[in-house]
Design a protein around this ligand. Structure first.
Ligand code: SF4
Length: 375
């Protein structure tokens, strides 16, 4: 394909994002199901793919993991049993337009609802991808002062996680104004950024960005590779650029049915991450959120995979398998996961317990109408 823009320019990549069936057909042979799902997204779900990420797709195989992660599918429009809008309970702990305070010493700040690629498995689909919803009660462009004020007024907050959406879609200047303001709060000890940009738009990790981030140490970056196919020379170079500026890069994968739920793929993902000096940190059990249920595996499958990693890989190459619940993140290992005649129940770090089915059914009042499958 003849390119009409500078491939290495991240802004050009964003400007040339693929958002129509016709544009996608220039990259892959779109299947009838994918075409139907793209039409069904109209007015319902955002979708977009950077040309870089599209270039990783298998042109002919709709089962290609990169395709499944980025191209809409009809399964997204089916409502699965127990699926809810917010199974992890973020809205329960929302304190301001952007701040979620779930753990005593740390907060999540939802910087934006925008992403370079709208992952079909996004657990915050309601915030990022659903055109009918957002966590932002006052909109994305509302003043940040109430958010900063909340953090200032809570001296117990020593750790701030900037996430979204993807914070790295913002310009260096806009990001720096947020980081500088946070760094001016004496009790904020560490700042973390959650971003899938190294995976879907590695061109964004410029020397300027890495140098700017370095000024706000200690700063950690957690990224989100799900499949070894995503670990390309460009992605490796992006992570390397961050690492050379002293920014620790860790990876949080999601266990996804049909994408990485087999042992050879999972082992290769972890070993390829180690080769680019990115530490596997978490393996999330996929949340049963509306629109992503099709990716959920069973706990047994996840635990079997973990048994195939532990000991077979170096210790720091094995992520911790966790589930996010309204009680917080819970490791899915014997100490915190229990089973009796009623099924699985989990216990968090404070000893609070919940039946796991309840976690999956957390949103008792649906916040959006049930999505209908368009024919
Ligand atoms: S980049 Fe992150 S926030 Fe955005 S759609 Fe993907 S998983 Fe969701």
């Amino acid at each position: 394909m003849e390119l009409t823009f500078d491939w290495d320019d991240w802004r050009a990549q964003l400007q040339h994002r693929i958002t129509t069936l016709e544009a996608l057909q220039r990259w892959i042979a779109v299947s009838p199901g994918e075409a139907q799902a793209i039409a069904a997204c109209d007015g319902r779900y955002r979708w977009s793919v950077t040309p870089y990420y599209a270039s990783l797709m298998d042109q002919d195989d709709p089962k290609c993991p990169v395709r499944q992660l980025a191209v809409p599918r009809l399964e997204e429009f089916q409502l699965y049993p127990g699926a809810s809008v917010d199974p992890v309970g973020d809205t329960v702990y929302r304190k301001t337009n952007r701040v979620i305070h779930k753990y005593p010493d740390r907060v999540i700040v939802l910087v934006t609802e925008l992403c370079a690629v709208y992952c079909r498995h996004c657990t915050r689909k309601y915030h990022t991808t659903d055109l009918g919803g957002t966590y932002f009660e006052q909109g994305e462009n509302a003043s940040w002062e109430p958010d900063f004020a909340y953090i200032e007024q809570h001296p117990e907050v020593r750790d701030v996680l900037l996430t979204g959406g993807d914070p790295l879609v913002y310009s260096d200047e806009r990001l720096e104004s947020i980081l500088a303001r946070l760094r001016a709060i004496p009790h904020v000890e560490i700042i973390r950024i959650g971003s899938r940009i190294p995976v879907v738009l590695p061109q964004r990790i410029t020397e300027n960005l890495a140098a700017m981030l370095e000024r706000y140490h200690p700063l950690w970056l957690n990224t989100h590779f799900n499949h070894p196919k995503e670990i390309t020379p460009a992605a490796a170079a992006a992570c390397d650029r961050l690492l050379r500026h002293g920014i620790v890069v860790q990876n949080q994968s999601v266990l996804l049915k049909g994408i990485n739920d087999d042992l050879p793929t999972m082992r290769r993902l972890m070993t390829e991450l180690l080769k680019i000096s990115v530490r596997p940190y978490y393996l999330y059990h996929c949340d049963n959120a509306i629109g992503i249920s099709q990716f959920v595996t069973t706990l047994e499958e996840g635990r079997a995979l973990m048994r195939g990693l532990k000991g077979y890989l170096t210790g720091f190459g094995v992520p911790e398998y966790v589930i996010t619940t309204p009680l917080g993140k819970i490791p899915l290992c014997e100490e915190y996961l229990h089973q009796d005649e009623a099924g699985y129940w989990v216990e968090n770090y404070r000893g609070q317990r919940m039946v796991l089915d309840k976690a999956l059914l957390f949103a008792e009042e649906p916040m959006v109408a049930e999505p209908a499958l368009k024919e």
